[in-house]
Design a protein around this ligand. Structure first.
Ligand SMILES: Cc1cc2nc3c(=O)[nH]c(=O)nc-3n(C[C@H](O)[C@H](O)[C@H](O)COP(=O)(O)OP(=O)(O)OC[C@H]3O[C@@H](n4cnc5c(N)ncnc54)[C@H](O)[C@@H]3O)c2cc1C
Length: 432
């Protein structure tokens, strides 16, 4: 960073890949610079003691190795500006978080980074290393580079993550003590091992009524844990991290002719948030989401990672799904997938007295009825608007690019159940 002709600050950093690439040449250079007689000690005793002393950053993190402000320029806000610049650059290059290490004795730096939205995620090193070799305990700090919409501006005009957690309505802002957004499951485990604060957990934060945050807690923001861990199209199964949204899964599996077996009608909720409330969809003949879950991985209050399924740790499985986070934090789930079916929205308005018969005869008994819901729109409670997602035969030799049809079909149908900006908009050829 320059002020006129003077360089006032410098940042040195790199990606996880570069970090790993540099490890071997770094070790070789260190050996070269060390007298041969010290090699056994360096490779043996010191090597073991230093293993994982500086753990690799998360896949999507930009690791800041050094951040320095010249002596003359200190105390003038350059550090904050430098950090804001790195945040912007890293975000524009597709990184989703910043990570750095601070020594345990550097309280000022820890306070500085915390003010700028970083949270301590793990510790490495030991008092033994410190006593014997003067190597300090390292505190790994992490900042989630949230979308611009999730950032607020403080008085200095620098973006900061907020510790006020709101749900989708914005009606119940909750002041939490700290927000921690893990980048990996291991980081979350380590965090739970070192914190003694009460916890609250947030997924997509759509639940209305204060379920996601509690005053004074360490709030775990799960949205950064959103990777597909394993996808087996032939087994119609996918394992995902719990902060992933349904939409991201749809994007991945759509090309394989597969669909999520059970979810809500909107695709912007996270898997963890949905499992935690045991959500339901509008499927005819399919109950809540738990029926499509093979297994879950959850972290208990002490950081222990447990796998639970209908066969293994059964009680934990049934208590966690629908348990609103009381048992542990769901960090991953294996979900059943289904064949992707082409459906058409059929809407019928009828007097309420006729609805029961209509449902029994035209919906429940109809094998082609995939989704159904019936709305009563105030103030007319005497009428029902019944909406059924009806399976239709695929149209041969035809595909849709947005709403333009190539082939013999008369028009393209837009994906009907999910009319929100966050959901997918798939287009399929109509039969009529
Ligand atoms: C417009 C709209 C439509 C909806 N439609 C439906 C519907 O069709 N069917 C239905 O069943 N519900 C529906 N809901 C409710 C919705 O399913 C729940 O609000 C769901 O929990 C939202 O998921 P989320 O990712 O936003 O979770 P959040 O709201 O962030 O969290 C929900 C709960 O789960 C906990 N939690 C979050 N992540 C985890 C985790 N990883 N591990 C453990 N606990 C966790 C939170 O602490 C909280 O208690 C709807 C809500 C809205 C706003």
């Amino acid at each position: 960073m320059k002020d006129g002709k003077d360089t006032v600050g410098v940042v040195l950093g790199y990606s996880r890949k570069q970090f790993l690439q540099a490890e071997l040449p770094g070790a070789v250079n260190m050996l070269r610079a060390t007298p041969f007689s010290h090699w056994p000690f360096l490779i043996g005793t010191a090597g073991k003691a230093l293993a994982n002393y500086v753990p690799p950053p998360a896949d999507d993190a930009y690791y800041i190795n050094n951040i320095a402000v010249s002596t003359e320029a200190r105390g003038q806000g350059y550090g904050t500006r430098l950090l804001a610049h790195v945040m912007g650059e890293a975000r524009s290059q597709g990184y989703r978080s910043l990570e750095l290490d601070v020594t345990h004795v550097n309280d000022g730096a820890i306070r500085f980074y915390k003010r700028n939205g970083f949270a301590i995620v793990s510790e490495s090193g030991s008092t033994e290393l410190f006593d014997r070799y003067q190597l300090p305990v390292l505190k790994r700090m992490r900042l989630l580079l949230a979308d611009k919409a999730e950032m607020s501006l403080d008085n200095s005009g620098v973006p900061t993550s907020t510790t006020v957690v709101k749900d989708v309505t914005g009606l119940y802002p909750v002041q939490v003590d700290e927000v921690y957004a893990p980048g990996t499951i291991e980081q979350l485990q380590q965090m739970l091992q070192i914190t003694d604060k009460p916890l609250s957990i947030g997924g997509g934060r759509f639940s209305m009524g204060g379920q996601t945050a509690f005053p004074g807690t360490l709030h775990i923001d799960m949205r950064g844990l959103n990777r597909v861990i394993d996808f087996k199209p032939e087994k119609r199964s996918i394992r995902v991290e719990a902060g992933i949204r349904w939409k991201q899964i749809q994007d991945r599996i759509n090309a394989y002719g597969l669909a999520i077996k059970i979810m809500q009608t909107y695709a912007n909720f996270t898997v963890g948030g949905s499992l935690s409330v045991n959500c339901h969809g509008r499927y005819v003949g399919l109950g809540p989401v738990i029926l499509a879950v093979g297994s879950i991985d959850l972290i208990l209050h002490d950081g222990k990672l447990v796998r639970a399924s209908p066969r293994r740790n059964k009680k934990m499985f049934y208590a966690t799904i629908g348990g609103y986070g009381a048992i542990g934090i769901i960090v991953a789930a294996e979900l059943d997938l289904a064949e992707n079916r082409r459906i058409e929205r059929i809407r019928q308005k009828l007097p309420i007295e006729q609805y029961q018969r209509y449902f029994a005869e035209s919906v429940r008994e109809d094998a082609a009825a995939v989704f159904h819901n019936a709305d009563m729109i105030p103030p007319k409670f005497s009428k029902v608007s019944a909406v059924t997602g009806q399976q239709v035969a695929p149209v041969k030799n035809c595909s849709c690019s947005k709403n333009t049809c190539s082939g013999s079909s008369p028009r393209c149908l837009e994906d009907i159940f999910g009319a929100s900006t966050y959901t997918n908009h798939y287009y399929t050829c109509a039969t009529r």
